[in-house]
Design a protein around this ligand. Structure first.
Ligand SMILES: COc1cc([C@H]2SCC(=O)N2Cc2ccccc2)c(Br)cc1O
Length: 390
């Protein structure tokens, strides 16, 4: 049926092809000769115009921040909305080799008001044994008052066109909804760090036969980390962390192909945006383990006493000597030290091995991963996925 009018017209795995094992794994369409790629932008409805959002500009970055803060993803009960910070957006959108004109806005011609946004950033991603130059497409946002005007399809076509102009033919993206066709579907898990606040804002509920003080005690963590040699990552750790992360990610079917420049951008601590820690063996001084999480607060919609939920999201974690359970417990301890209210993790990579034991509870959100113009024959298990998108 025509449920997915737009996506059935795109080079993505189609639901009708599921189980058709005669279709080869790999690109669905060959690259178009650059001269045949549409040179001019797609047409928008009359009263709107395209704008390139220069994230270096404080004014433009403010406009993008405000559009997302008021109109981006909410949970099913409209109790929370992602509140990406300006520093986070600058970090997320300016990795090595980024293209300014992949940061695409839509303005109302008359008022110049920014009413929609979509972005791409370049990323080298390995799919099984293929390393592919891809775009990671993210932050698709249409103002609440302009929904179901079919703006999203034209914005997706425009970012795709600009990506094609850079001779890139594959993309990776996620969504909280099912569209053709997920390569895997993950679940969010949440570890309470400030259970009192999580109950007050309605995210968590007091367990049966549980008092508040019993609940606070249940989630209490040690004041300091337990792993000898556990410390914040520094610039001088980039070569060792790159070697460690590259080796570790090889075990997953889909994972980023990080080089030292990527590690310096994505995994070195950036105040208020991403935190990362290494375990340096006190005896040998080698870097044996790594953990990281990014900072993504949520606005709390309609609560008298709290306006923001401070959330940490598990990013990339590598263990070779320290048990992952202990490494992640240290991550929880430093997140609590930094006053986060909740620590979130997907059930990707080896995360399932610690979620229940470290008192994570399953969330209500699923996160579906997608590849554009690349067929994976059988969907992956979340544990085969080594890619965390922001
Ligand atoms: C409400 O349950 C969940 C909501 C979200 C998303 S939707 C909009 C938002 O802000 N979230 C971040 C958040 C908000 C509240 C707690 C934890 C994370 C996720 Br991702 C997984 C959940 O299970």
């Amino acid at each position: 049926e025509r449920r997915h009018k737009f996506w059935e017209s795109q080079p993505v795995g189609q639901f009708k092809d599921l189980g058709n094992s005669s279709l080869p794994e790999g690109p669905i369409e060959a690259p178009t000769p650059l001269s045949e790629v549409k040179q001019e932008p797609y047409n928008l409805p009359n009263m709107y115009e395209w704008v390139t959002c220069d994230m270096d500009s404080d004014e433009m970055c403010n406009e993008v921040y405000n559009l997302l803060a008021n109109n981006y993803v909410e949970d099913d009960e409209n109790m929370f909305r992602f509140n990406y910070s300006k520093e986070f957006l600058r970090w997320a959108l300016r990795p090595p080799g980024y293209f300014k004109n992949w940061h695409i806005g839509v303005r109302v011609k008359s008022s110049k008001k920014l009413v929609a946004f979509i972005t791409g950033v370049p990323a080298r991603i390995r799919v099984r044994d293929d390393i592919i130059n891809m775009a990671e497409v993210n932050f698709l946002c249409v103002h609440k008052k302009l929904r179901s005007k079919r703006l999203a399809p034209v914005m997706i076509k425009e970012v795709t066109r600009r990506i094609h102009l850079e001779n890139i033919w594959q993309a990776a993206y996620t969504a909280g909804i099912v569209i053709p066709t997920p390569i895997t579907s993950c679940q969010y898990w949440h570890r309470s760090l400030n259970p009192k606040k999580l109950i007050e804002v309605g995210f968590s509920r007091l367990g049966a036969r549980m008092t508040m003080s019993r609940t606070i005690k249940l989630f209490k963590l040690p004041e300091s980390t337990v792993t000898p040699g556990f410390r914040q990552m520094g610039l001088h750790d980039v070569p060792a962390v790159t070697r460690l992360v590259r080796k570790y990610l090889r075990q997953f079917a889909v994972a980023p192909d990080f080089n030292e420049h990527d590690v310096e951008h994505w995994l070195l601590p950036t105040e208020g945006v991403v935190d990362s820690y290494v375990v340096e063996s006190p005896a040998t001084h080698e870097i044996t383990d790594f953990c990281s999480f990014y900072t993504l607060p949520s606005s709390i919609l309609g609560n008298q006493n709290h306006s923001t939920l401070k959330a940490a999201y598990s990013f990339y974690n590598v263990f070779t000597k320290t048990p992952l359970l202990q490494l992640m417990n240290d991550a929880l301890i430093v997140a609590k030290q930094k006053d986060f209210d909740v620590f979130n993790a997907l059930d990707v990579m080896h995360n399932e091995s610690f979620l229940k034991e470290l008192k994570f509870g399953p969330g209500d959100g699923s996160l579906h991963y997608y590849l554009y113009n690349y067929r994976i024959r059988n969907a992956l298990k979340p544990s085969e996925l080594g890619l965390v998108l922001l």
